[in-house]
Design a protein around this ligand. Structure first.
Ligand SMILES: [Zn+2]
Ligand SMILES: [Zn+2]
Length: 288
């Protein structure tokens, strides 16, 4: 069994497979090894579902075996290097809708033998048009917070996911308010009750600062949410959410921080979980 600090681990990594990422699996492995401080790289491609819902921004279902094969090949190649090799994990980022949970559990974790699943809510489903809208298409998320919280907490309670990704994605263009605060509280409370780590997401910071409701801030990974998470004592992890090989570490070392998440964490007083890995089994641990 091995114990890794959060600084040595990145579990949220995409590639060309999802259609909006760049680079092959080996390109990410090479980029992750450049600096030498990363010890564990987990691939978590936006996974397909059998009916190819969200297909324009997700891996096609027909590509799943090829994705699994590529990540396993990278893992075998790295493990043949012994101490010099990176520890590679095979995962997926899954959209939380209860109807797909048995597929995620039985086919992805079961049949395909994935090492872990990341859970996330990316879309609001518009009943009238049948469209699934990403928050960048929604100027005000307030009417859909109930749907977001339900899907997010279903994921946290399901017992099939390792962590909850970018829990504050609903803040994208919506000014902080009592409603957003209440939604954040529900998610944080649920994560606390289910011992689930919430992910401070590097991409939310790297997307940059914009003005939202007269306030200059990032779209998500915002201090209001994460100060609440810290106060509640919930488990917190961080990931780069790389969609290009050069982003695998997040922003490069600056001001003494290894990346943007570590800098942000120090501003909101957060400390991160560590990761315990045995074979291909991974779990978060709090090291005191
Ligand atoms: Zn993506
Ligand atoms: Zn995501």
């Amino acid at each position: 069994m091995s114990l890794y600090s959060q600084a040595e681990v990145n579990l949220h990594t995409h590639s060309w497979y999802c259609g909006h990422g760049k680079g092959e699996i080996p390109d990410y492995v090479a980029a992750a090894k450049e600096r030498g401080d990363l010890k564990v790289l987990g691939f978590s491609e936006h996974c397909p579902v059998p009916d190819n819902r969200w297909s324009s921004t997700r891996m096609d279902y027909s590509l799943l075996p090829s994705y699994v094969k590529d990540v396993r090949a990278a893992r075998d190649c790295e493990s043949s290097l012994g101490e010099a090799g990176l520890r590679i994990l095979l995962g997926a980022e899954c959209d939380s809708l209860k109807g797909y949970f048995s597929y995620y559990r039985d086919e992805l974790l079961g049949g395909c033998g994935l090492d872990y699943l990341i859970g996330a809510v990316h879309f609001h489903h518009d009943e009238e048009t049948g469209e699934d809208l990403y928050p960048n298409k929604i100027p005000n998320y307030t009417p859909y917070l109930g749907e977001y919280v339900k899907n997010y907490t279903d994921m946290l309670e399901s017992g099939i996911f390792l962590l909850g990704a970018h829990p504050d994605l609903f803040c994208y263009y919506t000014p902080w308010s009592a409603d957003l605060k209440a939604a954040s509280k529900d998610i944080i409370q649920c994560a606390l009750e289910n011992d689930m780590p919430l992910e401070m997401n590097g991409l939310g910071i790297r997307k940059g600062i914009i003005e939202i409701g007269g306030v200059k801030r990032t779209r998500y990974t915002i201090k209001e949410f994460w100060e609440m998470a810290v106060d509640a004592g919930v488990r917190i992890c961080c990931n780069s959410d790389a969609h290009r090989p050069e982003d695998v570490h997040g922003w490069p070392v600056h001001d003494g921080y290894i990346n943007e998440c570590f800098e942000f964490a120090s501003k909101v007083g957060a400390s991160f979980v560590s990761w315990e890995i045995e074979g291909e089994r991974i779990r978060p641990v709090v090291v005191l």
